[in-house]
Each structure stands twice: as structure tokens, then as C-alpha cells.
Design a protein around this ligand. Sequence first.
Ligand code: GRF
Length: 187
Amino acid sequence: MNKVVVMASGEGSNFSAIVDRGIEVDRVITDNPNANVIKRAEKVGVPVFAFDRKEGDRKYGSGWCDRMVDESIPEDVSLIVLAGYMRILSPYFVKKWVDKIINIHPSLLPAFGGGCHAIKDAWEHGCKVFGVTVHWVIEEVDAGPIITQRAIHKFDDDTLESITDKIHRVEHYVYPDAIKKLLQGET
Ligand code: GRF
């Protein structure tokens, strides 16, 4: 049986989209005890492993959170799904789980990778085409092999808000689609 772990630090709308598409999530791991994803997970009965990254780093040093995360991943995990996880994973973690970690990024990578403001950066750059990318995670941020992408064209009446909204809506079907295919061995 497939074992999917979702790692998220914030809102958790992608987590909900994944669950709503019938993908069974074994657990959610978050480095932010105030993340809304916790409420979303509790609502659908998915166990949450929450750590306070800032507090832990301050008390125990910077490797602490990564060790906690690592210990929370079941050995027989099928897929580790990053969905707005706002911490760069340690090289040790990435090496250990290589070929099992995927991420979604709100741009057409390799454009506008490596930051937290990809949509705004693309908007300010004057892009006419936006998009989302699902990719394998490697040590270099947002640089792993691409699994799938979708382009979103900007219309004359689009605003940063409307484009942001469209991108998130596209994420919510592209990510579950990609996960389903990976779990079925189709990609
Ligand atoms: C998404 O836009 C995703 O592309 C990026 O982080 C955001 C997470 O949103 N990596 P949510 O927490 O799933 O609502």
C-alpha cells in the first residue's frame, strides 16, 4: 500500500486538494505549529507531526528540526510531497530520500526558482505566461528534474491577485494528478 507524507508550513490548500482527490495521506509534517495545514489535517483525520522550527533551532542548534523531520518519516514511505514547506532540506535528508521527494513551485522552472515570491517576481518582470512546475527534489533548490508543468497565459485584465488565484487553482489539480500517476508508476 502507498504511504504518502505531506510536508507543509502554511495554508495547506495543496494538502486539501490532494486529500480531496482521494489520495490517502499517511501524515502531515510541519515545522510551524501555527500553520493552517494542521487544522485542515485534523478535520480530515490525518495525523500531524508539528515542530516549532524557530524555537528548536534556537534551543538545540540548526540541525534539530531536520533530525525531527527525518525521524518522523516512515521507512516504507512511497512519496514525500512538499506542499509549501518553507525550509531548505538538508543534503543528508535529500540524499536519504532521493527519488521519493517531490515539490510544486508556482513558476515555469527553471524561471523564477529559488525564492518565495515567484509569482510576484514573474509579474514584476512583465511575464506574459506564468505557470506551475512539479519536480523531483535534489539538493539544489527548485532545480530537480521536471515531472510536469502547466502554463497560464496572462490576459490584459489580469492583476497580480487574479494571476495568483489562477496559479493556485491550477496547482490544485496538477499536483494531485502528478501524485496519482507517480503512485501508479505511470511517470
Ligand atoms: C504553493 O503556491 C506552492 O506552489 C508553493 O507554496 C504554496 C503552498 O500553498 N510551494 P498551500 O500552503 O498549499 O496553500
